[in-house]
Structures are given as structure tokens and as C-alpha cells.
Design a protein around this ligand. Structure first.
Ligand SMILES: [Ca+2]
Ligand SMILES: [Ca+2]
Ligand SMILES: [Ca+2]
Ligand SMILES: [Ca+2]
Length: 411
């Protein structure tokens, strides 16, 4: 409502609003109501300030401008919306009850109860889901989960606002259960423990005997199996392919290999910690008469003998060579002593005669000369006359206490 106390045209007033969303509608003299030019959305804009101007028809016209504040009231016109179409969670098996799985969440921009959300599980039929969800979207397990029973759970969650009428949304949830190594492998073949396996061997037979089989309820490395023989293979007659479980002869089979073998096999998974199981097999080996009679240990003994022969040859050779060396040395010493006795006499005169010739130059003492001569030119002395000339290449003084490095000749 607008007032103007003037009379006549001076009191006639007209008002208007320049706004795209609102306009004025006349309700008669000096009364207007503001109406919507187009719909408003509180979630887009919740408040408006609208300038309203009024002007009379006097001369000159007088004008008044006032701002109107308009607040948009909320209604529950937006439904809640999950932030994802599908929520995916991973969790381990064997966890305690109430173990947390994850959160789901949705948005709703409405105000107060129109935007207050409540979550729940959408239970289809009578499926016994081992999960619960709190009203604010937290999912947990209601029991310990076993991946070997069920490894994936798929269900829907539901969210609603508290407006009136209430609006809602749904989303998918996938919970994948991760494996733990909680199952030991077990043999499926042999099918019983102990087990008797009859094997007939012919020389034409292949080395394969049989293939052991095992199973493991886990997955991945927790079910990656390896096989081994852990007992009863003292003669090293059998071998096991650790991956395939194939049992075969590891060497040639001989007649005396026939008999019964109490074998124990193990199968292990590759989990952490490793789990395993064993099984016993009585392998009864019959061999055909065509089989080589050579004993298994034959080649080993033969090999041992060859080894021993070599040892004997080497030791004998060493002894013979040692004896030869000792005899040679002994003979040499004896010969040496004999020669010294002979040359001592032979050189006595020569030495003294030589001394006369040498003294001027080298001051050689007469008693040392026979020794030098004996060492340096003993073999020659016997073939030459007792009198000779000596040509030292070093002076005597250097010989004292040293091995002689002189050469001598007798002419
Ligand atoms: Ca709303
Ligand atoms: Ca709402
Ligand atoms: Ca498992
Ligand atoms: Ca396992």
C-alpha cells in the first residue's frame, strides 16, 4: 500500500518494480501486491531485495523508492541423491562381528527435515545379509565372514529425507571378501590315507608312475600347491614334480628294487603361514624278469672302487718317487764324500803350488783353497795334472762366508 496525502492529481500515485522475477499487480487505488513473474527456487536463491518506486502525477511529480526484502520459504522439492550409483568395499574374511565395511552417503539440499537423511538396507525377499547399516550410512558386518562360503555380496541401500512427503533414493553396494589362508590343502588322490599303489615295472615302461592330486579351498597363493616326497625314498628311486604332483622313477629300475616302499607325501600351499597336509602310500613295486639284474648300488660301488684305485695309484706313485729321491740323495752324498776324500789328497800339492802363484795378486790363504777348488771345479780336477793356474773372477775377500761365485779352470 502506498499513501499520498495530496489531493487531485497530486495525490494520484503509480508504482512499479523493475525485476525479472517479480512484478506488481494493482489491487485498486494505492494498493499493489507483488507477484512472481516466474517460479523461484530456494535452492538456487533464497532471498531477494526488490526496489519498488512510486510516483505521483503532480507537477513536478514526486517520487519515492523503497526496497522490499523477500525470503523464499523452503519446501521439500529435492530428493536425496547418493554420491555414487554403486559403492564398492573390500573386507577380509574371518574378522570379528561388527567389523566396519564402509560408509555410503547421499546429499539433499533441502532445509531441516526436508534435507535430513536416513539410511537403511533394502532387503529384497528374505536374503540374510550379514551386514547392517546405521541411520547415518555406516555399514558393518553382523558376523564373521567366510570367503569360501561367499566371496561377494551385492545389495541395495536406501536413503530417504524426513520431509513431507518424504523423498528417497537407492544405490548398489558390492562387498568383496578377501581371502585369508585359513584352509590347509588336502589330497584328493590318493583318495585314502594310507593308500596302496601297485606298480608293475617293465624295462620298456616310461618313468611316470602316477600323479598325485590335491585341493585347497583358498584362492591365489593361498591355494598355490607344491608337492614333495618326505619319507620312504631312501634308495632315491622316486622323484616328484613339485608343481604337477607327478610321481616317477628317478633312475633306472633294477631287479633288486622290487619290493614295498612306505612313501609319505606332503602338499603345501604358498600362503602365509604355509598350510600343508601329508598322506602315506605303500608302493608295491613288481619288476619283470627282463629288468636288469644290476643292483642299484652296483654303479655306486663300482664308482667307489674306481675312486679307490685312483687313490692307491696316486699314493703308490708318491711313495715310489719319494724312495727314489731318498736313494738318489743318499748315493749323491756317498759319492760326494768319496770324491772329497780323493780330491783332498789330489789337490793338496796343487793347492800349495797354486798358492805361490796367487798370493801376489789375491792374498788367498792356503788352507781355504782346497775347499774352494772342491766346490768349484771338483769334476775337472781328477782329469788334470796336479799343478794348475786359477783365475778368480772376484777377489778373495768377497768369498769369506759366502758361496763361491768364481769360476776356475785348470790347464
Ligand atoms: Ca527445497
Ligand atoms: Ca528433500
Ligand atoms: Ca580362505
Ligand atoms: Ca590354503
Amino acid at each position: 500500500m502506498v499513501t499520498d496525502n495530496d489531493v487531485g492529481q497530486n495525490g494520484e500515485v503509480s508504482c512499479n518494480v523493475k525485476h525479472v522475477t517479480f512484478k506488481l499487480q494493482s489491487m485498486g487505488s494505492k494498493e499493489y501486491k507483488i507477484i512472481l513473474n516466474k517460479p523461484v527456487d530456494r535452492e538456487t536463491q533464497g532471498h531477494y531485495n526488490i526496489p519498488v518506486s512510486c510516483q505521483d502525477k503532480g507537477l513536478p511529480p514526486l517520487k519515492s523508492v523503497k526496497s522490499l526484502s523477500i525470503q523464499v520459504t523452503d519446501i521439500n522439492d529435492v530428493q536425496p541423491q547418493f554420491t555414487k550409483d554403486t559403492f564398492q568395499f573390500l573386507t577380509y574374511e574371518n574378522k570379528d562381528k561388527d567389523f566396519p565395511i564402509g560408509f555410503v552417503n547421499a546429499t539433499d539440499p533441502d532445509l531441516e527435515s526436508a534435507g535430513q537423511l536416513t539410511y537403511s538396507l533394502l532387503r529384497k525377499e528374505k536374503s540374510n545379509l550379514p551386514f547392517l547399516i546405521t541411520s547415518y550410512g555406516f555399514i558393518s558386518a553382523t558376523m564373521s565372514l567366510d570367503r569360501e562360503k561367499q566371496d561377494v555380496y551385492k545389495f541395495e541401500v536406501f536413503v530417504k529425507d524426513n520431509g513431507s512427503p518424504s523423498l528417497n533414493d537407492t544405490a548398489n553396494v558390492v562387498v568383496e571378501i578377501l581371502d585369508q589362508n585359513d584352509n590347509a590343502p588336502y589330497f584328493t588322490y590318493p583318495s585314502s590315507d594310507p593308500y596302496t599303489l601297485n606298480v608293475q615295472y617293465h624295462p620298456q615302461s616310461k618313468s611316470d608312475i602316477t600323479v598325485l592330486r590335491a585341493s585347497d579351498g583358498d584362492s591365489g597363493n593361498n591355494a598355490f600347491l607344491r608337492y614333495a616326497i618326505i619319507q620312504g625314498n631312501d634308495k632315491q628311486l622316486f622323484s616328484m614334480n613339485s608343481h604337477s604332483g607327478a610321481l616317477s622313477f628317478s633312475r633306472q629300475v633294477y631287479l633288486n628294487d622290487a619290493g614295498s616302499y612306505e612313501l609319505v607325501f606332503v602338499v603345501k600351499d604358498s600362503g602365509s603361514p604355509v598350510q600343508s597336509s601329508t598322506t602315506s602310500v605303500t608302493l608295491v613295486l613288481a619288476v619283470s624278469n627282463e629288468t636288469s639284474p644290476m643292483s642299484k648300488s652296483g654303479p655306486l660301488q663300482s664308482s667307489g672302487r674306481v675312486h679307490m684305485t685312483w687313490v692307491i695309484i696316486i699314493v703308490s706313485s708318491a711313495v715310489i718317487i719319494s724312495v727314489a729321491i731318498v736313494v738318489s740323495i743318499t748315493l749323491c752324498i756317498m759319492k760326494c764324500i768319496k770324491h772329497r776324500d780323493n780330491t783332498a789328497a789330489a789337490t793338496k800339492n796343487t793347492a800349495y803350488q797354486a798358492e805361490g802363484q796367487l798370493q801376489n795378486k789375491y792374498k788367498v790363504q792356503s788352507r781355504t783353497l782346497p775347499k774352494l777348488l772342491l766346490k768349484c771345479s771338483r769334476p775337472v780336477l781328477g782329469q788334470y795334472p796336479r799343478v794348475g793356474n786359477f783365475n778368480f773372477i772376484e777377489k778373495y775377500s768377497k768369498f769369506q762366508g759366502l758361496e763361491p761365485t768364481l769360476s776356475s779352470s785348470l790347464e
